[in-house]
Design a binder for this molecule. Structure first.
Ligand SMILES: [Zn+2]
Ligand SMILES: [Zn+2]
Length: 798
C-alpha cells in the first residue's frame, strides 16, 4: 500500500510537518503530489495538500486512510510545492497558508457541514431541525445551548454529520448540440421536412454547412432555432445534446492588433541586455530605472515577445491599482488570446477560468497583480515587476511575502531574468544595483523627447493668510486656463470621505470609533460617520452628545468635499471623482478611466489611485492638494513614499506633445522630499535618503523584523510582548537592536490592543530559530485570544 504525506488545513494546530495517510487502493493510481484530498483529523474531516508519496514499509503504527479526492488533477505544480517550503520559512508562516495563498480565491475550498436526523429526532427538536431531516450546520445561527444539544446528540450517535465540499467557483456549463448526421443523411432528412417548418430547415442547413461543429444553444436561439425545434431534433436523432464549459471573459472590449514601436537608443540597449539574459537562461535581476514617460512598457513588451519567440512564457506584474484597462489593452493588442489576466477586481469565477487557462498551458503570458506571482506558468522565460517600489507588492496578511523575493526565487528555478521597473526605485533595490547585485539599466530620457513637466510649489502657510480655500490662487488660475483651452486636469487629494473629522466648537468633543482609537470620518453621501479601520458607521449628530451644543463643525477636506468645492468654483467643468467609495462596484474603475480618456470630463480628482499608471495625452495640469499627507506619518519610509507619489503623479502631466504643468501645495515647502520631487531628481533623493537611513540604522543598512501581538486585553498583550522581548534579548548578540514592546500608533483596532517589537540587525545567526520558537509557543496562547505575527522586512514601523 502507498502512503501520502499531507499538509492539513487545521487552523488551531497548524504544523509545517506533513501527516501520513494511507491511500485507498481505489485511489492509488490517481493521487499525485499537488492535489487536494479530504482526510479524517480527530473527529473532523479536513482538506489537505498531498506533498509527497512513498511506500508503506517505512511506517509502522496505524495510519488513517484518505477519505476522498478534492481535485482531479494537481492544482499546485512541483515548482510551487517547493516554493511553498521556502516561503513558509522566509515569512514565518505555515505551509498550509502558503499553499492556500497560491490558489485563486475561488478555488479555496470550504466544507459545508450538514446535520442528518431521523424522523423521530427531527420531531423531538423542532427548534434545531424546523421539520427538516437535513440542515446546514452554521455555527453562527445557533446559540450555545443549541450547540450543546447538537453535540450531545452527535456524541450519542443520534444524529449524523456529513461534510460537503463547497467551492465558490464552478465552471459555467452551457447546453450545446452536435450533428449526428452526415451531409448525405441531412439531404435525405430535408426531403421530409415541411417548407413551413422554418426552424427545422434552418437548423438542418446549419448542420449541413458545419457538420463537425458544436453549436451553443444560445447561438442557435439567436439564429432563430427555437427550443421546440431542438427538442424535436434530439427526438428525431438528428443531434446529440451535450454540455460544454464556457469560459468567462474578463476582457470587456476587443482590442485591435498592435505592432512593436521603434525604440530609441536607450530602450534598444535595455531590450538587448534583457533578451541576451533570456537567451542565455541566466537568472539576472535587472533594475530598469526610467523617468516617467520614458517608454518602459514598450521595453517590457519587446522582451516578452522575445521570450515567447523562443518557446517560453512570460509573467508581468503590476501594482494593485495600476492594472488599468490601458495597460492590459496594450498587452492584449500585442499578444492576443495568449494573455491571461489575474486581478482582484475580477469575479472569483473569472479568476478560476483564467487560472485554468494558465494551468492547462493555453495562456503563455500572464499579467496580474501581486498574487499572480503564483500563476502556475511553466517554462518561464521572463518575469517583469512594473513599479517595483509599490507597497501593494508586500502582502499585509499572513503569509507576509514580498513579491520581489518570490519573483527572484521563481527566476532562479526557471533560469530566467527578472526585470524590476520604476521611475523611483525602492532604496533597497537601488542599493543592490549600486553594489552590483542587480544590473542597473537607465532610461534617462522621455520617449520622443517630450519635456518633463514644469513643477511649482505653493507654500500653503502663506496662502492661508489671504485665501481660506483648498485650491491656491495659482492652481485655480491654471485650472481656469486649461478649461478655456479644453485641456484636462488631474487633482490629487489623498484623503477619502467628506471631512477628516467633526468637532464641537463649544466643548471640543470629537466623535471616536467605539471599537478603535481613531476619530470617525464624515461621509456626506451616506450621511454617516465611518471608521476607516473597522467599518463602524453611525449617524452624523446634529447636537453635541456631550454638551448639547448645536455648533458642530467639520474639519479637514476629503475627496467628496473637494468634488463639491470644485463643482462650485468651476460650474461648467465636468468633474469625475475616483476613490475607494466611487470604485466599489465592479467595472466602475474602468468606466471612470474610459470616460476621462474619451475626454468626456475635464477634471479627474481622487486619492492616490489616480496617481499611477494612467496615461492621458490631454492632461496638461496636475494639482497635488496636500503633499504633506504621507509626510505626517511617524515612519522612516514617509519621505520615500512622498517622493515616489509626487514624482509619479507629476508624470501624469504632459505626456503627449503638450508641455505639462504641476502644482504641489504643501505646508513643508522646504522638505527635501518635496524639493527633489520638484526637479524629479531621483539621484539626489537616493543619496540624501541613504544618509538618513544610515544614521538612523534603518533599511537598507539594517535588516528588520516586526513582531505584532494583539489580544482583547491591553494588560495581556503588554505582558506577553514583554516576555517575548525578554526572550529575544537573551538570544541575540549585543549588536542587534530590540525596540519595544511599544503600543502601536493606533493601539486599539476592533477592540483588540496592538503592541509591537522591532528588531534591527545585520547578522544574527540565532534569530531565525528564536523567532520560530516564538511562533510555535504563541500557538498555545491563541485560546486566550493572543495573536502573534512576525513580519520579515516590514513596510513600516507603525
Ligand atoms: Zn460639545
Ligand atoms: Zn473602528
Amino acid at each position: 500500500m502507498q502512503v501520502a504525506q499531507i499538509i492539513v488545513d487545521v487552523p488551531t494546530r497548524q504544523t509545517n510537518n506533513p501527516y501520513s495517510y494511507l491511500i485507498p487502493e481505489s485511489l492509488e493510481k490517481q493521487i499525485q503530489s499537488g492535489m487536494r484530498v479530504q482526510v479524517p483529523f480527530g473527529r473532523r474531516r479536513v482538506t489537505g495538500f498531498v506533498i509527497g508519496l512513498s511506500d508503506k514499509t517505512s511506517f509502522d503504527g496505524k495510519l488513517k486512510k484518505i477519505s476522498s479526492l478534492v481535485d482531479l488533477s494537481p492544482v499546485i505544480t512541483p515548482e510551487l510545492l517547493k516554493l511553498s517550503e521556502w516561503m513558509a520559512d522566509k515569512t514565518f508562516s505555515f505551509k498550509i497558508s502558503c499553499l492556500q495563498t497560491m490558489l485563486p480565491g475561488g478555488m479555496r475550498t470550504k466544507f459545508k457541514k450538514k446535520l442528518l436526523a431521523t424522523d423521530q429526532i427531527r420531531d423531538t427538536y423542532p427548534a434545531i431541525f424546523h421539520g427538516q431531516n437535513e440542515i446546514d450546520y452554521d455555527r453562527q445561527k445557533f446559540n450555545n445551548k443549541t450547540i450543546a444539544e447538537i453535540l450531545a446528540l452527535r456524541k450519542s450517535n443520534q444524529i449524523k454529520v456529513h461534510y460537503e465540499l463547497s467551492s465558490h467557483a464552478k465552471p459555467i456549463l452551457s447546453r450545446a448540440y452536435k450533428s449526428k448526421l452526415n451531409q448525405q443523411q441531412i439531404d435525405h432528412v430535408l426531403i421530409d421536412v415541411q417548407k413551413r417548418a422554418v426552424g427545422q430547415r434552418r437548423l438542418l442547413k446549419m448542420l449541413y454547412e458545419q457538420p463537425s461543429q458544436t453549436f451553443l444553444q444560445s447561438k442557435l436561439l439567436h439564429e432563430g432555432v427555437g427550443k421546440q425545434v431542438l427538442d424535436t431534433a434530439v427526438k428525431q436523432g438528428w443531434v446529440t445534446e451535450t454540455q460544454v464549459r464556457r469560459i468567462r471573459n474578463p476582457f470587456l472590449q476587443p482590442v485591435s492588433k498592435s505592432y512593436p514601436l521603434d525604440l530609441n537608443e536607450d530602450q534598444q540597449t535595455a531590450v538587448n541586455r534583457i533578451n541576451n539574459a533570456i537567451g542565455k537562461q541566466t537568472d539576472t535581476t535587472f533594475l530598469l530605472e526610467g523617468v516617467t514617460g520614458s517608454g518602459k512598457t514598450e521595453v517590457y513588451l519587446q522582451a516578452m515577445a522575445h521570450a515567447l519567440s523562443i518557446g517560453k512564457t512570460a509573467l508581468m506584474l503590476v501594482p494593485e491599482i495600476t492594472l488599468t484597462p490601458q495597460i492590459v489593452g496594450r498587452i492584449r493588442s500585442r499578444f492576443g488570446d495568449q494573455v491571461a489576466m489575474l486581478h482582484s477586481a475580477m469575479s472569483s469565477g473569472e479568476r478560476y477560468d483564467e487560472w485554468q487557462r494558465i494551468n492547462s498551458g493555453q495562456a503563455k503570458v500572464v499579467v496580474g497583480v501581486r498574487s499572480a506571482i503564483f500563476a502556475p506558468l511553466e517554462n518561464i522565460g521572463l518575469i517583469i515587476m512594473d513599479e517595483e517600489h509599490d507597497s501593494s507588492y508586500k502582502q499585509s496578511d499572513t503569509p507576509r511575502y514580498q513579491t520581489r523575493d518570490v519573483a527572484k526565487w521563481r527566476a532562479a528555478y526557471n533560469h530566467c531574468p527578472v526585470v524590476l521597473g520604476s521611475a523611483t526605485p525602492s532604496l533597497e533595490s537601488r542599493a543592490r544595483a549600486m553594489k552590483g547585485v542587480y544590473q542597473l539599466i537607465m532610461l534617462p530620457h522621455r520617449f520622443n523627447n517630450h519635456a518633463l513637466p514644469h513643477v511649482s510649489i505653493v507654500d500653503m502657510k502663506d496662502e492661508m493668510a489671504h485665501n481660506r480655500h483648498i485650491l491656491s490662487k495659482r492652481l485655480s488660475n491654471l485650472i481656469t486656463d486649461r478649461l478655456e483651452k479644453h485641456e484636462q486636469i488631474i487633482l490629487l487629494l489623498n484623503r477619502r470621505g467628506y471631512s477628516s473629522f467633526i468637532m464641537c466648537r463649544d466643548c471640543g468633543y470629537v466623535p471616536q470609533c467605539p471599537n478603535c482609537d481613531i476619530s470617525l470620518t464624515m461621509h456626506k453621501d451616506t450621511h454617516t460617520l465611518n471608521c476607516h479601520l473597522c467599518g463602524h458607521k453611525e449617524p452624523i449628530p446634529t447636537v453635541c452628545p456631550k454638551c448639547h451644543s448645536k455648533r458642530i463643525r467639520h474639519y479637514g477636506i476629503g475627496s467628496q468635499q473637494l468634488e463639491e468645492q470644485v463643482k462650485d468654483l468651476f460650474p461648467t467643468a465636468r468633474v469625475l471623482r475616483m476613490d475607494v467609495d466611487t470604485t466599489r462596484k465592479k467595472g466602475s474603475h474602468e468606466a471612470i478611466i474610459n470616460k476621462f480618456g474619451a475626454h468626456k470630463a475635464d477634471i479627474l480628482l481622487g486619492t492616490q489611485m489616480i496617481a499611477k499608471g494612467l496615461d492621458f495625452p490631454e492632461v496638461t495640469l496636475v494639482g497635488v492638494l496636500n503633499a504633506d499627507s504621507a509626510l505626517q506619518f511617524p515612519d522612516f519610509r514617509s519621505s520615500e513614499r512622498t517622493f515616489q507619489l509626487l514624482t509619479q503623479v507629476s508624470g501624469r502631466s504632459g505626456r503627449a506633445d503638450k508641455q505639462g504643468e504641476v502644482v504641489i501645495q504643501t505646508f513643508n515647502p522646504d522638505h527635501y522630499a518635496i524639493q527633489l520631487a520638484k526637479t524629479q531628481d531621483y539621484e539626489k533623493f537616493y543619496h540624501t535618503e541613504m544618509r538618513i537611513r544610515h544614521l538612523g540604522k534603518y533599511p537598507p543598512y539594517y535588516f528588520t523584523i516586526k513582531i505584532t501581538g494583539s489580544s482583547p486585553s491591553e494588560k495581556q498583550t503588554a505582558y506577553e510582548m514583554h516576555q517575548i522581548a525578554g526572550f529575544l534579548r537573551r538570544y541575540l548578540t549585543n549588536k542587534a537592536i530590540v525596540l519595544g514592546p511599544t503600543p502601536k500608533t493606533i493601539t486599539r483596532v476592533n477592540n483588540r490592543y496592538f503592541y509591537q517589537i522591532i528588531i534591527k540587525y545585520r547578522q544574527e545567526p540565532k534569530l531565525k530559530a528564536a523567532l520560530d520558537d516564538v511562533l510555535v509557543k504563541s500557538q498555545t496562547k491563541q485560546q486566550g485570544g493572543l495573536l502573534i505575527s512576525i513580519d520579515n522586512e516590514p513596510l513600516d514601523f507603525m
